[in-house]
Design a protein around this ligand. Structure first.
Ligand SMILES: Cc1cc2nc3c(=O)[nH]c(=O)nc-3n(C[C@H](O)[C@H](O)[C@H](O)COP(=O)(O)O)c2cc1C
Length: 353
């Protein structure tokens, strides 16, 4: 099978298979394992402060000989109104009491204790570190940043969840577009319009393919040779693999979280705003049941910052009721083998279709 195409050329890789950036799960070791066999590794930086980004990039560079992508969140930050301040305090009190009912004693951060980082500082750190590929989600980069990245010969990959978003990304000069199907695990990347696009992944991909000329990556539900071959047949030049790697040896998930994944049933998987204020696909638990459909969901990133201490405390003691375990619709074995072996098997399986 010929895997070479415009994406392998632009990204200097052997296979157009992309280890998905998964903030909280993808480690420098996972990135290195993917790059070792000629796939693209993606290091998620999320909304981490610039110094933390530099630390993670250094660690990955020490391990990996080949280049890798770094991934950032480029969301807007809603203005802090008086109404939002009141709602923050109410939500904090509600969540602390909820945790108490489940014997989890936590003090969540007050509004003036949370720190919101701008992607601009991350971009400067990324350029300073000589990274060559930047992928992003939750929005589009501003014109000035796109020019800055281009001047530094950095390839950009933007995420869309609708045709309108794909057109916006292409018009602003983004090099490659990642089409995120609704099947995908983790956060939806939506950013244009105040709604959640409900279109299924294959329908979305086919429409984006007709609408733009930029090379396209497909993400969402790819977990075996048949699904990868199907996305390729639709015209996907890059194939992004997330949930298949959740259980891998290099995943940062804890063992109790991996066990939870391996026992998951399709009725356990939901799209929820409860943890972060943005829609994300993950496992239903006591937290999502108690918070979804209540008034105690602040806009992203405030809800995310507020609940992160709760999730950290729950993770530390192995309490599955309050952790956010993201995963996509395509349930798989969540193999504990190394990332390179899982991806190699996927490539072979695709070649055998
Ligand atoms: C645990 C988890 C965390 C994720 N974090 C990010 C992230 O930091 N940045 C990003 O662009 N996408 C993120 N995603 C989305 C993935 O990059 C990818 O689009 C998705 O996993 C593909 O669908 P699949 O899970 O069905 O393979 C995340 C997905 C998961 C499952």
């Amino acid at each position: 099978m010929n895997w070479k195409n415009i994406i392998t050329e632009l990204l200097n890789i052997d296979y157009p298979i992309i280890q998905a950036p998964m903030f909280g799960v993808s480690t420098p070791e996972m990135v290195t394992s993917a790059t070792k066999i000629g796939c693209l590794g993606s290091l998620p930086l999320g909304d981490s402060p610039a110094d933390k980004c530099v630390e993670l990039i250094h660690k990955t560079k020490q391990l990996s000989k080949r280049s890798f992508a770094v991934n950032i969140f480029v969301n807007q930050i809603p203005p802090l109104t008086d109404g939002l301040k009141v709602q923050y305090a109410k939500t904090k009190a509600f969540l602390e009491e909820l945790a108490q009912q489940y014997n989890l004693s936590v003090t969540l951060p007050a509004l003036d204790e949370i720190k919101l980082n701008s992607y601009h500082e991350q971009v400067d750190a990324i350029i300073g570190e000589g990274c060559k590929i930047v992928s992003f989600t939750f929005g589009n980069l501003d014109h000035f940043t796109i020019q800055k990245l281009k001047n530094n010969k950095i390839v950009t990959i933007g995420t869309c969840t609708s045709v309108a978003e794909a057109i916006l990304l292409e018009k602003s000069g983004i090099d490659i577009i990642c089409v995120q199907g609704i099947e995908a695990g983790g956060h939806r990347g939506e950013f244009a319009g105040n709604f959640l696009p409900q279109i299924g992944g294959l329908s979305l991909f086919a429409k984006v393919y007709e609408a733009v000329k930029a090379p396209l990556i497909y993400a969402g539900g790819l977990y075996n040779g048949k699904t990868v071959a199907a996305a390729k047949a639709l015209g996907a030049q890059g194939l992004q693999i997330g949930s298949l790697l959740l259980g891998s040896m290099e995943s940062a998930l804890k063992e109790f979280e991996k066990q939870k994944l391996r026992n998951v049933d399709e009725s356990d998987i939901i799209l929820t705003k409860s943890f972060t204020g943005r829609y994300a696909r993950g496992i239903r638990n006591a937290f999502t049941e108690a918070v979804e459909n209540t008034e105690y969901i602040l806009p992203y990133p405030y809800q995310n910052k507020l609940t992160s201490e709760l999730r950290r405390a729950a993770k530390e003691i192995g309490n599955p009721d309050f952790v956010s375990i993201w995963l996509g619709q395509s349930i798989n074995k969540y193999s504990g083998r190394p990332t390179d072996e899982i991806l190699k098997e996927l490539i072979e399986d695709t070649e055998n279709q």
